[in-house]
Design a binder for this molecule. Structure first.
Ligand code: FE
Ligand code: CA
Length: 508
């Protein structure tokens, strides 16, 4: 047993000779239960993982502080190789501070590669729920096949988080969340369930909104099931913002107020996500794009297509817009584009997986209109990245996407105007967890005549479960028929496989 701090012994007065060192016993606590937002883990590396919790005995307090006083609180943590915590491999204590809304980000180190672990916290005499996590395989090894589920868009008012619950029940080894984890809008009293408060603007507002979402037991189950890799999209700040440019001036804010709002949004995002300390925001920006290596099996490039993008061409929404082709336009910014292509050039793994926010493949209608908030509004950017991975002989590029509240599967083409051109990659688009409500159940593919590379579409809520092996990526499109009532079962609507060395979708 390593890293058992002296403080653990001091506070853990019940540890006596003959008992298992990992034993924590509930004591008569004088304060209410502080772990009402659950636990989470994230950013697995071969020897470490981030453990997260945030103390909030009264999550919905308007000050965003969750009922915590303005004082530091010591939080102990443990990692065990079994669920009974009889085999501790790491432990310690950390200070939860008022200035960070009593959130903690523990980098639990000294772990073995490609291994499963359990973790928990103790504070103020209370013990948290137990989370399950795991580490990545060592560099140069493939490790076990990986079940990776990805999801996005969980508008709280639109329904219950059944899809998060079903995702947890699939017991994935890794979860990717591609944004719209929260939505910024105010209360709609006719919704399935209600936001608390109006449109969120201040740090207190954002903190309280995360606390509302994280109070949901189905979301807590999804976090407790596996480590997550997260990136935000627009609604973690405000709909369709682009860098420092707002969609419109609603609610009306001065430039300084908008800057402060963005800073508040990024601060609250960091506080509430199992990110590494390297992603700590600095004022009006947050460093998020990163590569997470999964041994020799896969690289996950988690992209940020909001902070550095050019403003939407010709305004937001679907447009016919020649400006979208301008070479000067970028959805990633130049630095992130170079970083991505440099990383891809290293070809360190069988699968290079881009976890990102918005629709990547061309999807024009018959009139030539495309979504200016997606890569169709940044076509030179898309061309540079696609050509970049071709020039670097990237073996298996796979793009993962959220945002559109529909499931899609797409072949990526060297030339979208020529359906006979080479298929050079694959895109999998998860639907939403709740956003958009139950959905029609339609599987008609919009604009497929203009875009024959679009292979699958579904208007149901759910997520995508992938199984990544050396030979293939299998993708199961998991859907629930209802989010307006609790407890819908999940089923696989459609499956595809992507074969090693053969870009594009095969029947699964
Ligand atoms: Fe969304
Ligand atoms: Ca979005």
């Amino acid at each position: 047993m390593r890293n058992l701090s002296r403080r653990t012994f001091v506070l853990g007065g019940l540890v006596t000779a003959g008992t298992v060192l990992g034993s924590w016993h509930a004591v008569q606590a004088a304060v209410p239960y502080p772990f009402k937002l659950g636990v989470a883990s994230g950013e697995p590396e071969p020897n470490s993982v981030v453990l997260w919790t945030r103390l909030a005995p009264s999550p919905l307090n308007a000050d965003g502080q969750g009922g915590m006083a303005n004082a530091d609180v010591t939080v102990e943590w443990q990692v065990s190789s079994n669920e009974r915590f009889s085999s501790l491999v790491a432990s310690g204590s950390v200070t939860a501070r008022y200035a960070q809304a009593h959130s903690v980000h523990v980098v639990a180190g000294g772990l073995a590669p490609d291994a499963d672990y359990y973790y928990r916290f103790r504070a103020q005499g209370h013990i948290s729920a137990v989370g399950r996590t795991r580490t990545a395989p060592a560099v140069g090894t493939f490790g076990r096949d990986l079940v990776m589920a990805f999801a996005s868009c969980a508008h709280y008012e639109s329904g219950y988080y059944t899809a998060y619950r079903r995702l947890a029940e699939d017991a994935p080894g890794l979860v990717l969340h591609l944004g719209d984890y929260i939505y910024e809008g105010g209360t709609n009293t006719s919704a399935v369930r209600q936001h608390v408060g109006g449109e969120i603007v201040t740090l207190a507002d954002y903190r309280r909104r995360y606390a509302l979402y994280k109070s949901d037991p189905d979301l807590q189950a999804a976090h407790a099931a596996a480590p997550w890799l997260v990136v935000p999209d627009d609604h973690e700040v405000e709909n369709n913002y682009a860098g420092t440019v707002r969609e419109n001036n609603t609610p009306a804010l001065t430039a300084a107020q908008w800057t402060a709002r963005r800073a508040a949004a990024y601060q609250a995002y960091y506080e509430n996500m199992p990110l590494r300390p390297a992603s700590t925001p600095s004022g009006n920006s947050i460093p998020l794009y990163r590569r997470v290596r999964w041994g020799q099996l896969a690289n996950f490039y988690m992209l940020d297509t909001r902070q550095f993008r050019s403003d939407q061409a010709c305004g937001d929404g679907r447009k016919v817009c020649a400006d979208a082709d301008l070479a000067s336009r970028s959805i990633t910014g130049g630095a992130q584009e170079s970083w991505l292509l440099d990383g891809l050039a290293q070809r360190t793994a069988t699968w290079d997986i881009l976890g990102q926010q918005v629709f990547f493949a061309r999807q024009f209608d018959a009139a030539g209109a495309g979504n200016m908030d997606a890569w169709d509004g940044y076509r030179a950017s898309r061309s540079r990245i696609q050509q970049g991975w071709r020039d670097r002989a990237v073996r298996n590029p796979v793009v993962l996407t959220g945002d559109v509240h529909r499931a899609w599967a797409n072949d990526l083409k060297a030339d979208y105007a020529n359906s006979n051109s080479a298929t050079i990659g694959t895109e999998l688009v998860c639907t939403s967890i709740t956003s958009g409500g139950n959905g029609s159940g339609s599987t008609t593919i919009p604009n497929v005549a203009t875009n024959p590379h679009l292979r699958f579409h579904s208007d149901r809520r759910g997520y995508v479960r992938t199984t990544i092996s050396r030979a293939q990526v299998r993708a199961d499109f998991r859907t629930v028929a209802s989010v307006t009532e609790h407890g819908a079962p999940v089923s696989t609507l459609r499956s595809f496989v992507i074969l090693d060395g053969q870009p594009g979708l095969q029947a699964g």
